[in-house]
Design a protein around this ligand. Structure first.
Ligand code: UDP
Length: 487
């Protein structure tokens, strides 16, 4: 394979990438690591043993093709917070462990430093996730630049910066009180509960302030987005933060062949691809709705049944992904004895991890009901699939506003309430079947509004592809980013 080498000085480039141990971060940063390695940069991707196991075929392939990338497995000492050793990913733990989980990171500092000091190529920079403020000290001690990689959109980064600067979350005590994000070119209303900030929940204040400080003191910012998608927000963010913002996405477009797409994030996806594709091949172009809510959010049994009833009533073909953690014995009985039999002509249930990127790339898929995780949105947009939006927590409410209100690429289900990991006996229904039915019919129907959305998202998909191709904005940004570090 001929690698497009970036013109570097004689110094060897060694980039150290440190994602958060959550699928929404590991996946795009693995893409970035592979992409940088293909451009001739030596990359150390810091992961943990369980997360490495999930992507073993990708690791194996990069060894076989001599890509200059090392997947560095640092043990994540979960036992320190009373969790079994294998719980190395946010999708393996209960929400009550999330905050202590961040604390475990501090224990990676010494092993990471030892690895970097012993490496034959001195590190040139660290690119670490915005939720990993502990890496600031490592970069300081090693005297190397540190870039913050933000998982979500430019709009989120800008809103987050402005509300942090004005200390809006410090001042609000009521979690349901509305506020308008300051210094924005459009009016965006949130509550403290669904604010554009990862750490707005009670008890998370220190992490919130550390993350803001680590962004403020970073040498530059890296965003998984592209200029044509949200130019005005990226430019404003760069202006207010006063440092270079490199847009390098959509990173999912790094994966070109079907096998890479279905392996992405978890090799289990590749095992399901044949069944899913055989089913999709039976359907006409753009007729199928893909329903999936990322790697973390869960629904209670009643909400799952309500969603199922809405999908059934809408009478459009669908693939619905249910997480293992959601399939309680009660849900399993309902699915196997009742729902799956009733909808078998129309619907395919995918249990556990699905090959999402491969599914969204299939020509039969014409809509995506999503929780608005930023990766899911970028994947949908870059593959030309319009969306039904159902945000659950965190950046998802901001991402929804970008998709629906700013870009006009989706239909909202209208929920503003944070709900993402309900207790097993929770009986709340957040979104009702009639609303689901109406949204599906609207998105998958033939009204002018739906057709316009399809045209717009197809245009944006073209822009996304151009951004990642040679001479495209994200391609050039990656070149310049590497050069800026190696000057
Ligand atoms: N994903 C997948 N299969 C699944 C669930 C999720 O491939 O069954 C991938 C999805 O394509 C995306 C990532 O996991 O790349 C989820 O990231 P996102 O930002 O959308 O949501 P999060 O999981 O962080 O809430």
């Amino acid at each position: 394979m001929t690698l497009p080498m970036t013109c570097l000085s004689d110094k060897k480039a060694h980039f150290v990438l440190i994602p958060l141990v959550a699928q929404g971060y590991l996946i795009p940063m693995t893409d970035l690591a592979l992409l940088l390695a293909e451009r001739g940069v030596h990359v150390s991707l810091i992961i943990t043993p369980i997360n490495a196991t999930r992507i073993r075929p990708i690791v194996q392939r990069s060894i076989e093709t001599n890509l200059p990338i090392q997947f560095v497995e640092l043990k994540f000492p979960c036992a320190q917070i009373g969790l079994p050793d294998e719980c190395e990913n946010f999708d393996l733990i209960d929400g009550s462990y999330f905050l202590p989980f961040y604390g475990v990171y501090n224990l990676l500092r010494d092993p990471l430093e030892q690895y970097l000091l012993a490496h034959q190529i001195p590190p040139s920079c660290i690119i670490s996730d915005g939720c990993n403020p502990w890496t600031a000290e490592v970069a300081r001690r090693l005297c190397i630049p540190r870039l913050v990689f933000h998982g979500p959109s430019g709009l989120f980064a800008l809103c987050n910066y402005n509300i942090s600067k004005h200390k809006i979350l410090h001042h609000l005590t009521d979690y349901s009180e509305q506020f308008v994000v300051p210094d924005m070119p459009l009016t965006l209303r949130f509550t403290k509960a669904n604010a554009p900030n990862f750490f707005s929940a009670p008890g998370w204040e220190k992490l919130r302030d550390d993350a803001f400080e680590s962004e403020r003191t970073a040498d530059a910012i890296v965003l998984n987005t592209f200029e044509d998608l949200e130019r005005q927000f990226i430019e404003l963010y760069e202006k207010v933060i006063g440092k270079k913002v490199w847009t390098v996405g959509p990173l999912n477009l790094y994966n070109k062949d079907e096998y890479s797409k279905s392996l992405r994030g978890n090799k289990l996806g590749a095992e399901k691809q044949e069944i899913v594709f055989n089913w999709l091949d039976l359907h006409t172009p753009k007729s199928v709705l893909y329903v999936s809510f990322g790697s973390l959010t869960r629904k209670n049994a009643l909400q799952l049944r309500e969603l199922g009833s809405g999908l059934e009533a809408a009478n459009k073909p669908f693939i619905w992904v249910l997480k293992d953690a959601e399939i309680t014995p009660e849900v399993d009985r309902w699915l196997s004895d009742d729902f799956e039999k009733r909808v078998q002509q129309k619907g395919l249930i995918c249990r556990g991890w699905a090959p999402q990127l491969a599914i969204l790339s299939h020509p039969s898929v014409g809509g995506f009901m999503t929780h608005c995780g930023w990766n899911s949105i970028l994947e949908s947009i870059s593959l030309g699939v319009p969306m039904i939006t159902w945000p659950h927590f965190s950046d998802q409410f901001t991402n929804e506003k970008l998709v629906v209100d700013v870009l006009g690429l989706g239909v909202s289900l209208g929920t503003e309430t944070v709900c993402w990991m309900p207790a097993a006996d929770d009986k709340t229904i957040w979104v009702h079947r009639d609303d689901i039915e109406k949204a599906v019919q609207k998105l998958m129907g033939e009204e002018e509004e739906a057709k316009a959305m399809r045209r717009k998202v197809a245009d944006m998909a073209d822009n996304a592809k151009k951004a990642m191709e040679m001479a495209g904005s994200s391609y050039d940004n990656i070149t310049q980013l590497i050069e800026s570090i190696m000057l």
